[in-house]
Design a protein around this ligand. Structure first.
Ligand SMILES: NC(=O)C1=CN([C@@H]2O[C@H](COP(=O)(O)OP(=O)(O)OC[C@H]3O[C@@H](n4cnc5c(N)ncnc54)[C@H](OP(=O)(O)O)[C@@H]3O)[C@@H](O)[C@H]2O)C=CC1
Ligand SMILES: CC(=O)C(=O)O
Ligand SMILES: [Mg+2]
Length: 753
C-alpha cells in the first residue's frame, strides 16, 4: 500500500483479514435467548402471532416489537466503488460489509449490506422501495452519478424512512466541517474564498451544494471533471447536475482553475492533482484530497510542493481524515432515535457545525495520549478523529435536535440530557480505548521482543505487528526463522531483527548480568551460561534488561507458571508492587476486570488491597470509573465462614488508604453484578454493578477466568501481567495471532504498567 503512509499492510494481510475465521466481516447474533422450548414458542409460532397482530393493528408498533427501529440497509449496485469505478454489485460487498460494521462499531446501529445486481435505475428504485417495512433507514452507497441523484431523489419522495446517499451528503457534511475549520485557521471568510472542486460526481455535486448553502458565492466555485472546467455553454459530457454548477469563465483546464485558487477539493481519482499545479495556488492553500483508497495527492508530496499547505485526505493513516465514517453512523443514530422521516438540510448543517465545533474543543486526554502527535486544533487537526468518543454524543444530539426543530421527528426526545446518557451507555469505552491504544502504538512505535519466534503463530503476530505500524518486532529464534518468514510471504525477511543465542554478541554481557543476580541464589556461572543459551524466556528478558527492547511477549510454548518462574530469574517486580494478573471481559456495552487470576494463591489483606488499587487504575486507563467488589461465596457475613477475614481486612485497608474509587465486600458475584440483588443491601457503597472483581484466591480466580474464556460469549483480553519492573506479557498458550498483537500493543503502550 502507499509507501509514505504511516500504516503499512500487504495485500496478503488485507485478504487474510477478510478470510480468517468466519469469512467476511459480519454475522447475526440473536438478541433473545433461544435455549428452551418455551423460548421457541415465544420467538416463533405460536407466540410470534401476538406481535404480528399488534403490528397489523398499529404499524408503529413495528418499532416496539421488531429490530426495525435500529436497522439500516447499506445498499449498492457497485457502479462507483470508492474511486475504483464500476466493478459490479458483488465486488462492492466488502465495502458494504465494512460500512455495516462501522455503523455497529461507532454508533451501535445494526446494519446489513444488500448488493443489487442491476444498473437499471427503475429496477433499483423498485427493489429498494419494497424494503421499507424491514428497515429504519436506507444508506445508499457507491452508486455512480448521475443515476444516484435520480435514485435518491425518487426514493426520498416515495419512502417514509430516511434515505441517505452517503457518498453525497455524508461526504459533503464532513468536508464542510473540515472546510469551516481550515478557513478559520487561514483567516479566510467563506464569502471571499475561491474553491476548485475536482470531480463532478455524486460526492462533488453534493459538496458543492452544501458549501454554497453555507455561504460560498456560486461564482467562486469552479467545478472540473475529466473534460476540464464545467463552464457555461459547455456541451461535452454535461448533465443537468453539472449544469447547475457551470460558471461564466474563460478557464478551461484544471491548471487554469487552480492558478491562484484558495481551496482544492478532490472527489475524483488517485493522483489527479499534480504537485506542479499545487504550486500555483494562493498562499496557505487548502487541499482536501478525498479520493479513496488513494488520494488526488499524498500529504508528503503536497507538503514537499507547498510547505504552507493544510491537507486532508479520506484515509485513516494520515492526519485530517475527511471521510464519511465521521458522519453516517452518528447521523443515522440521531435520525433513528427521533424516528425522523428523512434527513434534511437542517440536520446536515447541524451535523457539520457540531463536527467543526468538536475539533476546536480541547481534545480528551485518552485521545491525545493515544495519537501522541498534535491533537489540538491546528493545521494537522482540523477534524475530529473517528475514534473520538465524543462524536457519539455530540453528533446524534445535534442531528436529533435539528430533526425536531425542522419538524421531521415523529418521536421527539423530551429529555436531551437523558438521551446523552443513553448514547454514552451504547458504546463500551474499552473498545474505544483499545482502538486508541492501537493508534497510540502507531504514534509512538516501540521495540517489542517476541521471545518465541520459532512458533508460526508468534511469527504471524510479529509480521502483523510490524505491518500494522505498531512497532518493531525483535525476534528471538534460530536462523531458520528467516526462511519461516519467507514462507509466510515476507519479501524481505532479513529486514527483521533476529537474535540467536548461538552467536549473539550480547551473550557474554547477558551471562555477567545473570550471574550477578543469581550467584548467591545457588547458581554457578555455567548454569547461567546454559540458561542464556537454551532458554528463550531468559534470553528474551535479558534483551529487555540490556535495553534491546521496550516490552516483551511470550507464553505460547510454556505454561504460565513455568514462564513466570523463568522470567523472575531476570526481572523483578516493580519496587513496592505485588505482581498479579487481570483478565478483562469485553462485551458490546460493558467491561469487567477480574484479578488476581494468575499469581498469588492466597493473597493477604494488604495484597488484596494492592491488587484492587492497581486494577482500579487499569480500569480507569481503559475509560471506566472503577467500582470494586471483593468477591466471596458469602455476602456481608452470610453464610459465616472461616476464610472471610482477609477480605474484610482488605476493605478496611482501602478505607484507611482513602482511595478515590468505590469498593465493597465481601459479596457474592450475583450481588456484585446484579442491581436487583444489590438492592437487598441498601448500606452497600456501590452506586452500580461492580466492574472490578477482586477474587479471594487463585483457585476461584483462575477457574472463573478460564471458564469465562472457554464458555462465555464475550471476548476476553489477557491475562495482563501487572507490576513487573519491565513490561512483559505472558499470553495464554492457545492465543491467536491477533490476541498476541493486542497484548503486544498493550505491553508497548504501558497500558499494563
Ligand atoms: N473521503 C470520502 O469520504 C469520500 C470519498 N469519495 C471519493 O470521491 C471519488 C468520487 O466518488 P463518487 O462521487 O461517488 O463517484 P462518481 O462516479 O459519482 O463521480 C466521479 C467523478 O470524478 C470525476 N473524475 C474521475 N477522474 C477524474 C480526474 N482524473 N480528473 C477530474 N475528475 C475526475 C468524474 O468525472 P466525469 O464526470 O468526467 O466522469 C466524475 O465526475 C472517489 O474517489 C471516492 O472514493 C466519495 C465519497 C466519500
Ligand atoms: C468513503 C467512501 O464512501 C468512498 O470513498 O466512496
Ligand atoms: Mg462510498
Amino acid at each position: 500500500m502507499a509507501d509514505d503512509s504511516n500504516v503499512q499492510f500487504s495485500e496478503r494481510e488485507a485478504l487474510l483479514f477478510h478470510s480468517e475465521g468466519r469469512p467476511g466481516k459480519i454475522e447475526i447474533i440473536a438478541s433473545k435467548p433461544m435455549a428452551t422450548q418455551r423460548d421457541l414458542a415465544l420467538a416463533y409460532s405460536p407466540g410470534v402471532a401476538v406481535p404480528v397482530q399488534a403490528i397489523a393493528d398499529d404499524p408503529a408498533k413495528a418499532y416496539d416489537y421488531t429490530a426495525k427501529g435500529n436497522l439500516v440497509a447499506v445498499i449498492s449496485n457497485g457502479t462507483a466503488i470508492l474511486g475504483m469505478g464500476n466493478l459490479g454489485a458483488l465486488a462492492s460487498k466488502p465495502v458494504m460489509e465494512g460500512k455495516a460494521v462501522l455503523f455497529k462499531r461507532f454508533a451501535d446501529v445494526d446494519a446489513i449490506d444488500l448488493e443489487l445486481k442491476t444498473e437499471d435505475v427503475d429496477r433499483f428504485i423498485d427493489a429498494v422501495e419494497l424494503l421499507e417495512p424491514s428497515f429504519g433507514g436506507i444508506n445508499l452507497e457507491d452508486i455512480k452519478s448521475p443515476e444516484c441523484f435520480i435514485i435518491e431523489q425518487t426514493l426520498r419522495e416515495r419512502m417514509n424512512i430516511p434515505v441517505f446517499h452517503d457518498d453525497q451528503h455524508g461526504t459533503a457534511i464532513i468536508a464542510a466541517a473540515g472546510l469551516i475549520n481550515a478557513l478559520h485557521l487561514t483567516g479566510r471568510s467563506i464569502k471571499d474564498t475561491n474553491v476548485v472542486m475536482n470531480g463532478a460526481g455524486a460526492a462533488a455535486i453534493a459538496c458543492a451544494e452544501l458549501i454554497k448553502a453555507m455561504g460560498l458565492p456560486s461564482d467562486r466555485l469552479l467545478m472540473c471533471d475529466r473534460t476540464g472546467v464545467v463552464y457555461e455553454g459547455r456541451e461535452d459530457d454535461m448533465n443537468q447536475w453539472k449544469s447547475a454548477h457551470a460558471v461564466r469563465t474563460e478557464k478551461r483546464s484544471l491548471a487554469d482553475a487552480l492558478d491562484g485558487a484558495d481551496v482544492f477539493m478532490g472527489l475524483s481519482a488517485a493522483g489527479a492533482l499534480p504537485a506542479d499545479l499545487l504550486k500555483t495556488m494562493a498562499p496557505k492553500p487548502i487541499v482536501f484530497a478525498m479520493a479513496n483508497p488513494d488520494p488526488e495527492i499524498s500529504p508528503p508530496e503536497a507538503k514537499r510542493a507547498r510547505p504552507d499547505v493544510i491537507i486532508a485526505t479520506g484515509r485513516s493513516d494520515y492526519p485530517n481524515q475527511v471521510n464519511n465514517v465521521l458522519g453516517f453512523p452518528f447521523i443515522f443514530r440521531g435520525a433513528l432515535d427521533v424516528r425522523a422521516t428523512g434527513i434534511n438540510d437542517a440536520m446536515k448543517i447541524a451535523a457539520a457545525e457540531a463536527l467543526a465545533a468538536l475539533a476546536r474543543q480541547q481534545v480528551p486526554e485518552e485521545v491525545a495520549l493515544a495519537y501522541g502527535t498534535q491533537h489540538s486544533f491546528g493545521p494537522e487537526y482540523i477534524i475530529p478523529a473517528p475514534f473520538d468518543p465524543r462524536l457519539m454524543e455530540e453528533i446524534p444530539v445535534a442531528v436529533a435536535q435539528a430533526a425536531m426543530d425542522s419538524g421531521v421527528a415523529t418521536k421527539p426526545i423530551t429529555d436531551m440530557e437523558a438521551y446523552r446518557e443513553t448514547l454514552r451507555g451504547r458504546l463500551n469505552p474499552t473498545t474505544a480505548v483499545l482502538s486508541l491504544a492501537y493508534e497510540g502504538a502507531r504514534a509512538k512505535p516501540k521495540r517489542v521482543v517476541f521471545a518465541e519466534a520459532e512458533e508460526e503463530v508468534v511469527l504471524r503476530a510479529a509480521i502483523a505487528f510490524r505491518e500494522g505500524g505498531y512497532g518493531t518486532p525483535v525476534l528471538v529464534g534460530r536462523d531458520d526463522v528467516y526462511q519461516r518468514l519467507a514462507a509466510l510471504g515476507v519479501d524481505d525477511p532479513h529486514s527483521y531483527e533476529l537474535h540467536n543465542s548461538r552467536h549473539s554478541p550480547l551473550v557474554p554481557r547477558m551471562v555477567d548480568f545473570l550471574y550477578d543476580r543469581l550467584h548467591r541464589r545457588g547458581y554457578l556461572r555455567r548454569d547461567c551460561e546454559r540458561m542464556v543459551n537454551q532458554d528463550r524466556n531468559i534470553f528474551g528478558s535479558l534483551l529487555l534488561q540490556l535495553g534491546e527492547g521496550d516490552a516483551m511477549i511470550t507464553g505460547i510454548t510454556r505454561t504460565f507458571a513455568r514462564t513466570m518462574r523463568e522470567l523472575k530469574r531476570v526481572i523483578d517486580p516493580a519496587p513496592g508492587r505485588t505482581p498479579f494478573g487481570i483478565h478483562i471481559l469485553v462485551g458490546q456495552s460493558h467491561t469487567v476486570f477480574i484479578a488476581d487470576t494468575t499469581i498469588n494463591e492466597r493473597p493477604s489483606a494488604n495484597e488484596l488491597a494492592d491488587i484492587a488499587e492497581q486494577t482500579a487504575q487499569v480500569a480507569r486507563r481503559m475509560g471506566h470509573e472503577p467500582r470494586v467488589g471483593f468477591l466471596s461465596y458469602s455476602t456481608f457475613g452470610n453464610p459465616e465462614g472461616k476464610w472471610l477475614e482477609n477480605l474484610r481486612q482488605a476493605v478496611h485497608v482501602l478505607e484507611e488508604r482513602k482511595v478515590s474509587f468505590e469498593f465493597e465486600g465481601e459479596m457474592a458475584p450475583d450481588v456484585a453484578l446484579n442491581p436487583r440483588q444489590l438492592a437487598n443491601y441498601p448500606f452497600a457503597r456501590l452506586s452500580g454493578p461492580a466492574n472490578v472483581l477482586i477474587m479471594p484466591g487463585l483457585q476461584s480466580a483462575n477457574i472463573s477466568a478460564k471458564l469465562l474464556r472457554e464458555l462465555g460469549g464475550d471476548s476476553m483480553i489477557g491475562p495482563m501481567l501487572i507490576g513487573m519492573e519491565k513490561s512483559i506479557q505472558i499470553a495464554p498458550m492457545t492465543s491467536s495471532a491477533s490476541e498476541l498483537v493486542t497484548l503486544a500493543v498493550l505491553a508497548a503502550g504501558g497500558m499494563a504498567g
